[in-house]
Design a protein around this ligand. Structure first.
Ligand code: PML
Length: 245
């Protein structure tokens, strides 16, 4: 198998990026589709497209995608409350296990909201249960790399008119991080006009419309236990090749 990574920029500013894991006979087709994706991106036509092709030498991990649940909400306040409740329920388990004060759960969730609303990060922020940021570089955050979804999962998602290409990328990220040591994730899109976000826990990928308003920044936060081996987990979410099916 081969890894293909595309990065496109305009005037030195990142416009789009995507990656795929491919068999040898599909490299050409996938390389074309990645170039097309870069050329016709909503953020504008790039002036530079980098395409990197690498042979994958380590074993690929296949993961079943977490269940997709689309929720209904027509305003940001309700959406934030829904996401808070899902996160609170999950975090309570880990606060209890680690003997932590339940009163601090909402402060932790507020910290995550502040990070996603501030935006402007290429990767994700990582918070432990005390709200400490754990990334080496908090400007960049951590990147989840070497992932793809099976053709069957892509077709299944796109056959549902409510779901989008963004769901495909996001379900791959959420499934990988939840299987590699993180407790939960919250995400809003960095695309100004895309207001569907999600909260992911082991119970599901909860898609929540209006998790931000149009025109606002977006971001990603992963939650992790304080005792987790972050060096090992960060290395795995970046390097272990995963196909989500
Ligand atoms: C979805 O519609 O399921 C994806 C929501 C998150 C999008 C994040 C992004 O692509 O920027």
């Amino acid at each position: 198998m081969f890894s293909l990574k595309m990065r496109a920029s305009k005037d030195g500013v990142h416009v789009s990026g995507a990656e795929r894991i491919s068999t040898e006979n599909k490299i050409e087709e996938i390389a074309n589709s990645l170039i097309k994706r870069a050329l016709f991106h909503e953020n504008g036509t790039p002036d530079t497209i980098n395409l990197k092709l690498e042979k994958i030498t380590s074993e690929i991990t296949y993961l079943k995608h977490i269940p997709i649940k689309t929720l209904i909400s027509n305003n940001k306040e309700t959406s934030r409350n829904i996401s808070r409740n899902i996160l609170r329920k999950e975090l309570e388990v880990y606060f209890l296990k680690n003997g932590k004060d339940f009163g601090k759960i909402d402060i932790l969730i507020d910290t995550a909201f502040e990070i996603i609303d501030k935006g402007n990060m290429r990767g994700a922020a990582v918070l432990d249960l005390d709200g400490n940021r754990l990334e080496e570089d908090t400007e960049k955050g951590v990147r989840v790399k070497n992932i793809d979804t099976s053709e069957e999962l892509k077709s299944k998602i796109l056959a549902d008119s409510k779901l989008t290409d963004r769901t495909i990328d996001a379900i791959a990220i959420a499934t990988k991080v939840l299987n590699f040591g993180f407790i939960a994730e919250i995400c809003t899109s960095d695309n100004y006009s895309y207001n569907i976000g999600y909260v992911a826990t082991k119970s599901g990928y909860f898609r929540i419309p209006n998790l931000k308003n149009e025109g606002e920044f977006g971001g990603r936060v992963f939650f992790i236990e304080n005792s987790a081996n972050i060096e090992e987990i960060f290395e795995k979410i970046e390097k272990t090749p995963v196909i989500v099916y």
